[in-house]
Design a protein around this ligand. Structure first.
Ligand code: C5P
Length: 220
C-alpha cells in the first residue's frame, strides 16, 4: 500500500449527483449512482494517490482509503473542491445539476387551497470542471472531465474539451439502448490533445483501472 506510481500525488475526485433544494424537505436531483466516480477514486487510491473524494448524495458507498467530503448542492461541491486544492490532478465524475432553484423556500411549501401550483424559478449552477480547468494560478496539472452523450459522442466530447479547457474528456454513449446509465459496464472514448481512443466495453471498475493507470503515466 505504501508504494504505487501515484504515491505522493494528490487527486480530487467528484462523484454522485447533487441535490438542489426546493424547500427544507424537497429537492431536485438526478439518477447518478456515483458508481463510476467511486471506482475511479478506489483505483487511484490503489495506485498510492492521496484522494479527496467530494461526493453528492450517491447510492453507492464511498471507497475505503480516501478522504470523503460529503456535499449536497453544486455550490457546496465547488467550495469543497476549491478547499481540497492544490492537487496534482482532478477528475470530475459528478453529475452536477445544471440549475438550482432560485426561489427555494425557507419553510416547507404548503398547498394554499387555491388550486394553484407554485412556480419554480431556476438559476444556473457554477460549472466546477470549467472553473478549475480555467484557473490561472494553482490549476491541477491534469484536469479530467466526463461527457455523457446520446449521439455524435466524439464530436460533442471534443467540443466539450475545448469549451471547458480541460485536458481529457472521458466520453460515453448513454442512449438507453446501451444500458450504461445505472449499469455495471461502460464503453468510453478518451479524448486528449493527441486524439481519441475508444476502449472496449468494460466493467466500470476496469474503466477506472485503465483511467487511473493513464493518470499515473501522465503525472510521472
Ligand atoms: O456540460 P456537461 O454537464 O455535459 O459536462 C460534464 C462534465 O462537467 C462532467 O465532468 C461534470 O462532472 C462536469 N460538470 C461540473 N459542474 C457542472 C456541470 C458539469 O463539474 N455544473
Amino acid at each position: 500500500l505504501a508504494g504505487g506510481p501515484l504515491r505522493g500525488r494528490r487527486v480530487v475526485v467528484t462523484s454522485g449527483p447533487t441535490h438542489e433544494p426546493i424547500d427544507p424537505v424537497r429537492y431536485i436531483a438526478n439518477r447518478s449512482s456515483g458508481a463510476q466516480g467511486t471506482s475511479i477514486a478506489r483505483a487511484l487510491a490503489g495506485l498510492g494517490a492521496e484522494v479527496v473524494f467530494v461526493t453528492g448524495p450517491a447510492t453507492v458507498p464511498p471507497p475505503a482509503g480516501v478522504e470523503v467530503v460529503r456535499v449536497e448542492t453544486a455550490r457546496e461541491m465547488l467550495e469543497a473542491v476549491q478547499a481540497a486544492l492544490p492537487a496534482d490532478a482532478a477528475v470530475f465524475a459528478a453529475a452536477v445539476a445544471d440549475w438550482r432553484v432560485a426561489n427555494a423556500a425557507g419553510q416547507k411549501m404548503k398547498k394554499d387551497g387555491t388550486g394553484l401550483a407554485p412556480a419554480l424559478e431556476f438559476a444556473e449552477n457554477p460549472d466546477i470542471l470549467a472553473t478549475v480547468a480555467g484557473m490561472s494560478e494553482g490549476r491541477p496539472r491534469l484536469v479530467v472531465g466526463f461527457a455523457a452523450e446520446t449521439h455524435d459522442v466524439e464530436a460533442h466530447a471534443r467540443a466539450k474539451r475545448d469549451r471547458k479547457a480541460c485536458d481529457w474528456i472521458v466520453a460515453n454513449d448513454v442512449s438507453p439502448a446501451t444500458g450504461i446509465m445505472g449499469g455495471a459496464e461502460n464503453e468510453v472514448t478518451l479524448i486528449t490533445a493527441e486524439g481519441a481512443e475508444t476502449w472496449p466495453r468494460l466493467s466500470k471498475d476496469e474503466v477506472a483501472g485503465r483511467l487511473a493507470q493513464r493518470i499515473a503515466e501522465a503525472l510521472a
